[in-house]
Each structure stands twice: as C-alpha cells, then as structure tokens.
Design a protein. Structure first.
Length: 514
C-alpha cells in the first residue's frame, strides 16, 4: 500500500465522525425494504391463494423463486458493486426494487406473480451485499463495526416484525397486493437520502466483470436448487437429472474458472479461512432449518387457528424482538465469551425451540408458540450477527462486496432449500389427508393442492361436509408442520455441533484499521 493510500485511509478513519452513523441509517432502510418484503408474502399467502388460485406447486414457486434468483445473482452483484461502486449499485437496485414491487402488487395470475417475484429477486440481489460491504468500508473500528452489523441485523429482524404487523393491518382493509406497495415509500426515502449521505466505495484494482462467470453462477445455483426442489415434490425424473447435471457442471466450471482469472468474480481463496467457511456454513444451515417453518407458520396461525392477518402478524413479534435484543449485544458478548460459544449457543437454542414445536396441535395455546418464537429470535440474533462479523472481518476491505455476497448467498440458498425441502415435507404430508367420500372431482383436487385451497373449496359444500373436510385438511397440515419442525430441529442441533469445531480459535478483531 502506498503512503498516499495509508494517509487517505487514516484520514477517513479519523474524520468520519457523525456521518458514518447517518450513512448507516440509510443502509438499514435498504435492509428494511428486503426484510419487510420477505415476511409480508407469508402473511398474504392465504388471501393470494384465494384470489389467484395457484396450485400447490405454483404456491411454492411464488414463495421461493425470489430466493432462487437472488441466490443465483448475489455473488455476481456483490462483485459488480466492488467494481462500479457499491453506492451506485445500491441506489439503482433500490429504485428497481420499488418499481417491481408495484408489478407484484397488481399481478393477475400465478404465472405473472412468479415472474414478478423473479424480477424482484434480480433487484434484491443488488441491495444486501452493497449494504454490508459499505458497512465494512465505513466503519474502521472493529467494535463500532460489530455494533453497526448488530444494528443492521436488528433492522432486518425489526423489518421481519414490522412486515406482518403492517401487512396484517393492510390486509384488514385492502387487497393482498397492498402489502407490496409499502416498499415504494421506503425506496423513495432511501434513494433521496442515500444520494446525499452515502459515501462511494469500490475496489480500485478489481479488474473487468466476467459475464461468463455471472452466467455460470446463475445457471449453477438455480439448476441445483431446482433439482432439489423437484426431487422433494415429484421424485426423480429426466428433467431433474438434467437440471442437477447442468447445475453441478456450471458450478464446477465456475469454480475452476475463478482460479484461472486474473480478476475473479469470487476469490475462492476466501474459503481457505476456516472461520469464514464455518460462518458461511452455519448461516446456510440455520436459514434452511428456519425458513420452511416461517413460511408455513402464518398459514397455521390464520387457516388452522383462525386468527385474522393482523393478529397473526402480532403473534410472530417475539421472534423479531428476541433477534433485535441479542443482535445489538452479540459483538460485545462474542468478545467476552468467544465466537464459537455465542454462535453454538445461539444455534442450539434455535434447535431446542424448533424441537418444542413438534408437539403443537390445532388447539395449542399461544404461550408455547410465543416462547418458542422468542427463543428462536434470541438464538438467531446471536448467531447471525456474529457470523456476519466473522465473514466481513476475514477479508480485506476491497473484497467486502464479494464476501458479503457469499454470506447473503448462503442465507438465500438456505431459504430456498428450506422452503423447497421442508415446505415439500409439509405439502407431502398434507396431501395425504382423506376428504369426505361425497367430495370428488375438482373440489377434492383443489382441497388437496393447499390448505388455502381446501378452505376456499369448502365454501361450495354443505356446512357439515365442509367442516369435516376442512378439519381433516387442518389436521394433516399440522402433522406436516410438526414433522418439518423436527427436521429443522435436527439440522440446527447438528449445525451447532459443527460450528463448535469449525469456529475453534476464531476471534473478532479489536484494533482499529489504518
């Protein structure tokens, strides 16, 4: 590093005073945008199902196509931000995210909704890596950076809480598409304020953006995830084999290509750092274990327990409250008790909470649900905040975008796989329920597609038959939810054990960077 660069960095470290926290407030708006969008969909699913009448498979696609696309593009977008500037990419992405949210709101068919969600994924892929990378470059003091990451994570959790509550209030008075329109005012504020407050940062020696690698990562991740999803729902078939082979081949070629490029899209040497690899794996498996549960919990609260959308949103608050509380102090405790103790403890807490949900039934009281959700939030706040800190601290500032993208890819890939696999567990068990003998043809088919479909189909039946069919459908749905919770618990507890070994000796930074 030249003397001029050292002086510039030192000056930036010393002269950044109040501006860095104002800049952080803009970044957390972007996080809020993505987090709110992710949670309101689950809440709107029952109303969306009744209006658009998607099949069970289409409903899963609506739920996870966003994650598929965002996972496939995150590494490419993180690398693009390193090259063209993270601020520029963030503001362009936020504008697109707001515009495509309007398209989501006014979708008129399941197919249009799936396309709109995919486009939202393209826009969303620009936001999360840019926010974390900018935090890495704005905060030179590791303790301040830990707090900033904690605020970043707490905002994501708060967004997860605000989404259902605001969404529930909107669903009480407006149609389901209104939940997507809340993105628009947030996006407008983000862009206007971000232009003024955010500093630009990029890697001055990043080299050209390799479009062939972009295509390989997109095809590879979507191909593999699609194959996993299809196996879970329909079993092996020629198209599954084709997707798996194409996806795996593309990823293999992508990795080999990165080793040969003078300016790789993703520096594969990052994975030689045990703490980095352990934190990425912990993120992926944690989200896998949680996502399927979260996706179906709103349906349980509304369609099984009969809560209205706003009440269901409020019922999910404890998870977000727990994550906010622990996210803000996670860095402090990780320095005191050690990274692996905090991450492992957080993961184990989530696993135990999910295990408790294997005993739920239709009449389960809220105290058990609320307590389990609170523990899930507390554990997630600890583990996600510390792993994000480890990932960012493991790399030079110039590669912050790529490192952030790897972290977010693990998160989104875990979400897509969790919804696909755990969602398929719920759907598979659900579809085995026996409808009353008098219910046949299209009505029976609609009832077996999804729980929302069963509730809608029951309206065409006499009250006694409708009650029997909906009751049987609800019991089957809860059976599936219990099984999915058990699988999620097993995954989280195994991840806790793996994290204990992979994060051995890992510590958060203390000294100020110059």
């Amino acid at each position: 590093m030249s003397r001029t660069e050292q002086l510039t960095q030192t000056k930036g470290a010393e002269g950044r005073s109040p501006g860095r926290w104002l800049a952080l407030s803009v970044l957390v708006l972007a996080v809020l945008l993505v987090a709110v969008d992710a949670t309101v969909l689950g809440l709107a699913t029952p109303a969306l199902s009744e209006d658009l009448k998607p099949s069970g498979t289409q409903l899963l696609w609506i739920g996870d196509i966003y994650s598929f696309v965002i996972a496939g593009l995150l590494v490419s977008m993180g690398s693009l931000g390193d090259r063209i500037g993270r601020k520029k990419l963030l503001l362009v992405g936020a504008t697109a995210f707001g515009a495509v949210s309007v398209l989501n709101a006014y979708a008129t068919s399941p197919e249009m909704m799936i396309v709109a969600r995919a486009l939202l994924g393209v826009a969303g892929a620009t936001l999360m890596p840019s926010t974390l990378a900018l935090i890495r470059n704005i905060f030179h003091d590791p303790k301040e950076r830990s707090l900033a990451i904690g605020i970043w994570g707490a905002t994501a959790s708060a967004g997860a809480a605000v989404g259902p509550v605001v969404g529930g209030a909107l669903l009480q008075h407006f149609w389901w598409g209104s939940v997507f329109l809340i993105n628009v005012p947030v996006m407008v504020v983000l862009v206007i304020v971000g232009i003024k407050l955010l500093p630009e940062s990029k890697n001055p020696v990043a080299g050209p953006w390799d479009l062939f690698s972009v295509g390989l990562s997109l095809v590879g991740i979507i191909g593999v995830v699609y194959a996993v999803k299809q196996v879970a729902t329909h079993g092996m078939g020629w198209e599954v084999w084709a997707a798996a082979v194409i996806g795996a081949g593309a990823l293999h070629t992508f990795v080999r290509r990165q080793f040969t490029l003078p300016a790789p899209l993703l520096d594969m040497r990052l994975f030689k750092h045990r703490g980095f690899s352990g934190a990425v794996l912990a993120d992926l498996l944690t989200v896998f274990g949680l996502s399927g549960l979260v996706f179906f919990l709103s349906q349980f609260l509304q369609l099984v327990q009969g809560r209205d959308p706003l009440e269901a949103g409020l019922a999910e608050l404890p998870a977000a409250v727990g994550a906010v509380v622990t996210g803000l102090v996670a860095g402090k405790y990780a320095r005191k008790y050690g990274v692996r103790a905090i991450v492992t403890g957080g993961l184990a807490a989530i696993g135990i909470a999910l295990a408790a949900l294997t005993v739920i039934h239709k009449e389960t009281g809220y105290p058990l649900l609320g307590a389990a959700l609170l523990i899930v939030g507390l554990g997630a706040g600890f583990s996600f905040t510390v792993t994000a800190d480890v990932i960012l601290s493991s790399v030079p500032k110039e590669q912050a975008g790529s490192a952030s993208a790897v972290s977010e890819t693990a998160y989104e890939l875990g979400a897509a796989l969790g919804i696909a696999l755990l969602g398929s567990v719920v759907t598979g068990v659900y579809q085995g329920f026996t409808a009353p003998a008098s219910v046949t043809g299209p009505v029976a088919d609609a009832a077996h597609e999804s729980l929302g479909g069963a509730v809608e189909a029951a309206r065409s039946l006499d009250p006694q038959t409708a009650q029997q069919m909906v009751g049987a459908a609800q019991e089957a749905f809860v059976d599936g939810l219990r099984l999915a919770s058990g699988v999620g618990a097993a995954v989280l507890l195994a991840t806790a054990v793996a994290a204990w070994f992979l994060l051995k000796g890992q510590e958060l930074q203390d000294g100020i960077e110059h």
